[in-house]
Each structure stands twice: as C-alpha cells, then as structure tokens.
Design a protein around this ligand. Structure first.
Ligand code: SAM
Length: 196
C-alpha cells in the first residue's frame, strides 16, 4: 500500500534497471508524501526486514512535512537546493556518501507549461551540486523532469558527469503528461540495463 501512485513508477524503473540494492544508501529528493521512500526502504532493506541482507539507509527530503516511516529518516521542511541541506545530508549518510540519488521533485505548477518546465530543469541542475557533495564515485541519479526545450541541455550536463544518461517514460506515467525521467548511471550499471 503506497502513499501515492508514483510508487509504481519507481518500482517499474527499478525492476528494469536494478538501481536499488540491499545495503545501498539512498537520498530521496522531494519525498512527500513518501511512496518512493517506501519502495526504497523495501529494496535497500533499510528497515532490516530481511536479516540475511545488508541494511541500507533511506533519507527523504521535502519542503513539506513527511509522515514518519519505519526504515527512513526524513528531513521535512528542507529545501533540496540549499547548501545547508547538503551539509546535513553529509552528516546523516554513512561516510557522508550516497549510492543513489532519487528525485521526483516538482515545483507547484503555475499552468504555464514552459515556465514550469524551465523551473524544474533548474531544480534538476541543482542536483548536480548535490551529487558532487554526496554521491559516491560510480553512484547513480534518477530525476524527474518535464519535457521541453531545456531537456537536452540537462541531458548534456548529466552526461558530462555520469557515464550514460537515458530518458525514460514509465508505463505508470500518464501518456498525456510531459513527465519524463533521466537515469544517469555509471558504466558497470549499464551492462544489466534493459529498456523502457
Ligand atoms: N516521490 C513522492 C512520492 O512518491 O511520494 C512524490 C513527490 S511530489 C510529485 C513532488 C514533491 O517535491 C512535493 O512534495 C514538493 O514539496 C517537493 N519539492 C519541490 N521543490 C522542492 C525543493 N526545492 N526541496 C525539497 N522538496 C521539493
């Protein structure tokens, strides 16, 4: 039972690309109400449900309040793009490093499609700074964007940092929405990658 249906998008992506592994340390950006964190907790075993597997960490961040969840540590009322949040994450993560950064962040939609697109692209670009601060070498990033004129620029920026970047449109994402995801992974993760 997920807190919202977006959980199925992450399940679909993770089933195909095997992004999350038991023992991984994950940062979930724009985590409220918490469905992605629920999926991440299961997949990295951060609640210790399977005692035979490594136990990971899930840290969720949102501008809004996030109701507590077993196996997750939430920074409610925090801005992902703020350097002070990056500091807090460094202190909370084991060795200050994350294996995976997830972002389903979105601004409040103004209804002006191009403006909303540009705003979300800017938020995604700020994830590169976050990656520099906390992501392990070889770590991966999954981020939501709204398609539009700056999407290619974002893809190029991500490509310059990560080995490969692919745009995804999960089946669980409504066909008529411009919602897409970029999956930026290191070279060895690519080998197992299927396609959506
Ligand atoms: N993945 C979530 C889930 O499965 O429950 C849903 C995320 S919702 C689509 C987008 C979230 O991004 C909102 O809760 C919003 O408050 C958050 N958000 C937008 N800008 C943010 C920022 N700068 N820092 C942190 N969270 C932000």
């Amino acid at each position: 039972n997920f807190r919202c249906r977006s959980g199925f998008k992450l399940i679909e992506i993770d089933d195909k690309f095997r992004l999350l592994h038991a023992g991984d340390n994950v940062v979930d950006c724009g985590a409220a109400p918490g469905a992605w964190s629920q999926v991440a907790v299961q997949r990295v075993n951060s609640a210790g449900t399977d005692p035979d597997l490594l136990r990971g960490t899930v840290i969720g961040i949102d501008l809004q309040h996030i109701a507590s969840l077993d196996g997750a540590n939430f920074l409610s009322c925090h801005d992902v793009t703020a350097p002070s949040t990056h500091k807090k994450l460094q202190n909370l993560l084991p060795n200050g490093q994350a294996d995976v950064i997830l972002s389903d962040m979105a601004p409040n939609a103004s209804g002006f499609r191009e403006m909303d697109h540009e705003k979300l692209i800017t938020m995604c670009l700020s994830l590169l700074e976050l990656s520099e601060a906390i992501l392990k070498p070889g770590g991966s990033l999954l981020c939501k964007y709204w398609d539009g004129i700056y999407a290619q620029r974002l893809q190029e920026k991500l490509s310059s940092v990560f080995g490969s970047v692919r745009p995804l449109k999960p089946n669980a994402s409504r066909k008529d929405s411009s919602e897409r995801y970029f999956l930026a992974v290191s070279a060895d993760l690519q080998k197992n990658a299927g396609s959506i």
